[in-house]
Design a protein around this ligand. Structure first.
Ligand code: MF3
Ligand code: CO
Length: 254
């Protein structure tokens, strides 16, 4: 069931979103060569506790996970695209890191992700990240009342396909509210003019993730980490947004 949020409720999600944005900015600062993914997770856990927030990742156990999620961050490096577990892996020069973070504050959830390079950047990774961010912006721009879900999906997919990137629509965006994953699903591929009609009060996470190579992915034996099947690099960008009578509001903007 798709639930529309009031102005007041959207303002509460905005507060959770400000916290999420602040954490992502801080993690990005901490993510330098030699720092482990577990260090980033511990840093985030401390920020959650200090803010009186609550992790919606820790212990999360959907049917596809071999075990409950063991961290408060998703840390996906290079060929890992989504749901990378915070491990003892130490960041190396040139790594492409995607950090996905959602938390609950005051009873409301916000969800956002960023991708960036550690140390010395390379042009191909920079282009992959920039294209993913541009797809997110295109999806947000399409999130207008009266438009359809397929307009968002096709806007995202077109940016990725025009750049020749791999796209797989098995994992995508979602409604956000009291919980992290609500209806509706927000696919990263679709046909304009189809699907749910968008209305003011709809709060969704839009989250393109693209692969530099083909469209196929594989899942690690842990049941969580999603990697490009061909080992190519991947990038992910996500904001939680609210559809209003006018322009959409980015609730996870810094
Ligand atoms: N934040 C991710 C999403 O955008 C989901 C993370 S799964 C978890 O849908 F297990 F890490 F919680
Ligand atoms: Co999400």
């Amino acid at each position: 069931m798709v639930e529309l949020k009031s102005r007041e409720q959207i303002e509460r999600i905005r507060e959770a979103g400000r916290f999420v944005a602040g954490v992502l900015a801080s993690v990005r600062e901490q993510a330098v060569v030699g720092v482990t993914l577990r260090d980033l997770d511990a840093h985030t856990h401390a920020m959650i506790d200090a803010a009186g927030a609550r992790s919606v990742y820790l212990g999360y156990h959907p049917s596809f996970g071999a075990m409950p999620y063991p961290g408060v961050l998703c840390t996906s490096v290079n060929d890992a695209a989504l749901h990378g577990l915070p491990s003892d892996y130490a960041l190396a020069d040139g790594d492409l890191v995607s950090i996905d973070f959602a938390a609950e504050l005051g009873g409301w959830v916000a969800d956002s992700a960023v991708s960036f390079q550690v140390g010395t950047p390379d042009a191909a990774s920079a282009r992959l990240i920039e294209t993913t961010e541009r797809a997110l912006a295109a999806g947000i721009a399409a999130a207008r009342p009266g438009a359809r879900m397929g307009d968002i999906s096709s806007a995202i997919g077109k940016v990725g396909r025009d750049a020749g990137l791999g796209i797989n629509a098995d994992f995508g965006g979602h409604g956000v509210g009291r919980t992290m994953h609500e209806d509706p699903h927000v696919p990263n591929l679709g046909r304009a003019g189809r699907g749910l009609t968008l209305r003011p009060g709809l709060v969704i996470a839009i989250e393109p993730w693209f692969m530099a190579g083909g469209d196929a992915y594989v899942i690690d034996p842990d049941g969580w980490t999603i990697r490009s099947a061909d080992g190519s690099r991947t990038a992910h960008a996500e904001h939680t947004i609210a559809i209003t009578a006018s322009a959409p509001i980015i609730l996870t903007a810094p």
